[in-house]
Ligand binder design. Sequence first.
Ligand code: XMP
Length: 597
Amino acid sequence: MQVTDPRILVVDFGGQYAHLIASRIRRLGALSEIVAVEDALEASRLPGVRGLVYSGGPASVYEEGAPRTPEELLTSGLPVLGICYGLQLIALQLGAEVHRSEIREYGAAMLSVLDCTGIFQGAAGSSRVWMSHGDSLASLPPGFVALGRTEDCPYAAIGHVQKKIYGLQFHPEVMGTDQGDLYLENFISLCGLAKSWKMDDYLERTIRELRDKYAEQRVFMLISGGVDSTVAFALLSRALPALHLRGLLIDTGFMRASEIENVVASFHELGIDLRVAHAARDFFSRLADVTDPEEKRTIIGREFLAVRERELEKMELNVQDWFLGQGTIYPDTIESGGTRHSHKIKTHHNRVDVVTEMIAAGRVVEPLRDLYKDEVRQVGRLLGLPEELIMRHPFPGPGLAIRCLCSAGEGEMAKEYPSGWEGLSTFVLPVKSVGVQGDARSYAHPLLLRTTGEFQLSDLCQKALRYCNENPLVNRVLLTLAERHSGVLPRLRRAFLTPERIEVLRRADRIVYEFLKENGLYAQIWQCPVVLCPLSQGHGEALILRPVVSLDAMTASPFLMDASHRLAIAAKLMTDANIDLVLYDLTGKPPGTIEWE
Ligand code: XMP
């Protein structure tokens, strides 16, 4: 990129979505670049800069040490769009008040547009937006007007039309904001930018860059069979000579049913013979008494590298001669706390300490590291990979291990919680799962719903969101689909990561996969984790279904399966005596993450 290329700068305040904003702007055809808060002033003076976006961030603007850009950026004459934390910072610097909201908002809300001007040119009067915040504006800065509101947020959108400074409390860059692209396109127009960016050019440029940078290197690639590592491998094989590239598939013991054979066969069809390392015993023994999700993730990530080294030795190859290749995509980096001000939500297996040390030493090749899943799929198509492979549901590197919750304690019972709704009883469960709220990690309890009346799933999802927004102890809500002993309160049982429990989960995962395929639901769902949870009514455990709809995994909504399918799938799963309860996750992301751990 030349300094004179017309572009928009996205200032990264450490939010989960800073990079996504830049990516969406590019997808809308305009050039965009991310800068750190500390570099924003200097970067804004480059001749090509036409506008600024302030991203969200995990801090509160009024906290000591919260990241801030110099106020003079707001008088530079450049159009500015502040999103979430960005809006709050602009408002504070221009003289408004920001406070902790009484009701935090995570997930969907309805925006009423008060004035269809500026970034709201051509916008619908009312549409769905995606919120993730605990702070909000208590007043407007002088000269600004409210352009939009939601039920809980009177200043959901504000603007100073003459100065072209706008602020949105919600996230226009995520899939859950229905007219987000329109608002961003309007901002691009306000910056006077032409549309020029295309994925094919990006691909050609990336292949050229890989060739220039790694022409002399050798890359030993870890492959999982998922779309990311397969596309990364295909991309590298376009750029590097065949003798410089090797692929390794590690059987961790946490793969889905028949996965290893299927991956080997599909690579064979692509003309690639994949080496397989059978390492289940190593993984199980390292994880035998581990219950903490982060500890699990770290051990798994390190073990991947240990297996890789052992395999290189077996092949009599020198570890030092081979760079590590991975199919890492952007959400892996950001969720692992990989940018300067971002919070760690969870450590992805390809971002454990040993890998970050290798990255710092320049020994890791990750050709997709700036892309999101939907973009990776586009690259896969441009590379000619089969559609079946491209559209497979994502599956995490640590596999079923992070879908099998463990507990060292036992006996604690679910506790009743006042539901405030006729025909609905609610219970706080004695387990915890990971969530993302206001750009920060949460680790909180799920709430279990039992219904006696008739409810629409969409109403229950609304209700679930309300529970999570109002109660900081709760970050997920589950609906009971089936129980072995009707009305018996679930109790925590002691359970570790054993081959037997993984086998129960693997069987259930296969039943769910086949059910979704047979009933035409697979393509409608983005991903459907199946989670085994040590909650018992008798001798078995709870099984949780987590079908979600998403575009890029940065946000997600619960998939609304109709009642007949819910009943049918629960009945199939209950035929296994190891299952006491079948539960359905009604939570969006935020406040829950897609995986439970
Ligand atoms: P979360 O749970 O963070 O997941 O909402 C977002 C997406 O990332 C996948 N995921 C992983 N993928 N290694 C991976 O390769 C990991 O450690 C990992 N953790 C989560 C998850 O399945 C979802 O698609």
